[in-house]
Design a protein around this ligand. Structure first.
Ligand SMILES: Nc1ncnc2c1ncn2[C@@H]1O[C@H](COP(=O)(O)OP(=O)(O)OP(=O)(O)O)[C@@H](O)[C@H]1O
Ligand SMILES: [Mg+2]
Length: 309
């Protein structure tokens, strides 16, 4: 396996605060890798170090084999970055923002113009290319930043919450494009608070909190520790309390949780369902459904936090 990104005991200290603490990561070339964590976990700090905007306090980090401490210039040529905060030049039009970026990356001017046309079209900004970013909505600005990061066809693309603030349609457009360009020649490293999207998009996912890596793997691997048993949701028309007590006493029921008229029942094995159904014979059951484990369950179990935005 060739790694696009490697970190070893990477740490970053802001005064007394350890924003990154002994962080070890390997991201395979050509993969889409998702980094998840609650607000303040240290995601942006890690991206800033990897994109050489900031220096680590200790430890090592490599991007495409290049050292972030001594080979910043080489790294910056190879990467595209969508920072968490839009960083557009407000005195240049949308098109000029892209063209300037192409020039800074030493792109051939014809190729650059062609790529600019393509990306403006793709991000739905072609009609507004002569306008200034300040006159754009937040979502349009975001799409322009994504276009800029992709212009020079980077080997590693860093996306720090690329779709925050976008409407569902624009989010899908960005992700569809990311998916279509991912592959052998490009590695994508992203952070997001949209767990469902991460689940669909990313081959591997890391979850961090308080500067530390707490889990990584495929979504399947991450969910494994949670999948002992299955969870069903049973909605009652009335008497929820009574059935809660009844279910609680059954041997094959591992745990119960109630929300409104719906009881979540964790079973040892799915076969226990028939036992539960018999026990509920005559009960005013409105609905029984299997509840799939989600990445959100993993996230909440590991960090104790809801995903905060
Ligand atoms: N320049 C700085 N100076 C001091 N502390 C900082 C600085 N930048 C970040 N921090 C602190 O470091 C911690 C990690 O911040 P970071 O921005 O990396 O988190 P994050 O995971 O990107 O969060 P979010 O999801 O909100 O973007 C936080 O506690 C933050 O307050
Ligand atoms: Mg951040």
């Amino acid at each position: 396996m060739t790694s696009a990104i490697i970190t070893r005991s990477l740490s970053k200290q802001y005064g007394d605060l350890k924003a990154l603490d002994d962080f070890d990561l390997d991201v395979r070339q050509g993969s889409i890798f998702g980094l998840l964590g609650p607000n303040g976990a240290g995601k942006t700090t890690l991206i800033r170090i990897l994109t050489t905007l900031m220096r680590q306090s200790s430890g090592e980090a490599f991007v495409e084999g290049l050292d972030t401490r001594s080979q910043g210039r080489e790294i910056r040529r190879l990467i595209g970055v969508v920072p968490q905060e839009n960083s557009l030049d407000r005195y240049l039009t949308a098109r000029e923002n892209l063209e300037l970026h192409g020039r800074l990356h030493g792109m051939d001017s014809r190729l650059c113009r062609r790529r600019v046309d393509e990306l403006l079209e793709l991000m739905g900004l072609a009609a507004r290319q002569k306008d200034f970013p300040d006159t754009f909505s937040g979502g349009m600005q975001r799409r322009l930043v994504v276009a800029r990061a992709l212009l020079h066809q980077p080997r590693v693309l860093f996306l720090d919450e690329p779709t925050t603030g976008l409407d569902p349609q624009s989010r899908r457009a960005v992700w569809d494009y990311v998916r279509s360009i991912a592959g052998d020649s490009m590695t994508i490293f992203l952070t997001t608070h949209y767990l469902e999207e991460a689940e669909q998009l990313c081959g591997r996912i890391a979850i961090m909190d308080h500067g530390r890596l707490i889990a990584q793997g495929t979504t399947q691997e991450l969910k494994e520790p949670l999948t002992g048993g299955t969870v069903y949701e049973i909605e009652f028309g009335e008497d929820t309390e009574r059935y809660l007590a009844l279910l609680n006493e059954m041997a094959c029921v591992r745990n119960v949780a109630v929300s409104g008229r719906t009881i979540q029942v964790g079973l040892e094995r799915w076969e226990c369902l028939s036992e539960v159904v018999s026990a509920l014979n005559g009960a005013p059951v409105r609905r029984i459904s299997l509840r799939e484990r989600t990445l959100e369950d993993v996230f909440i179990t590991l960090t104790g936090a809801e995903v905060r935005e």
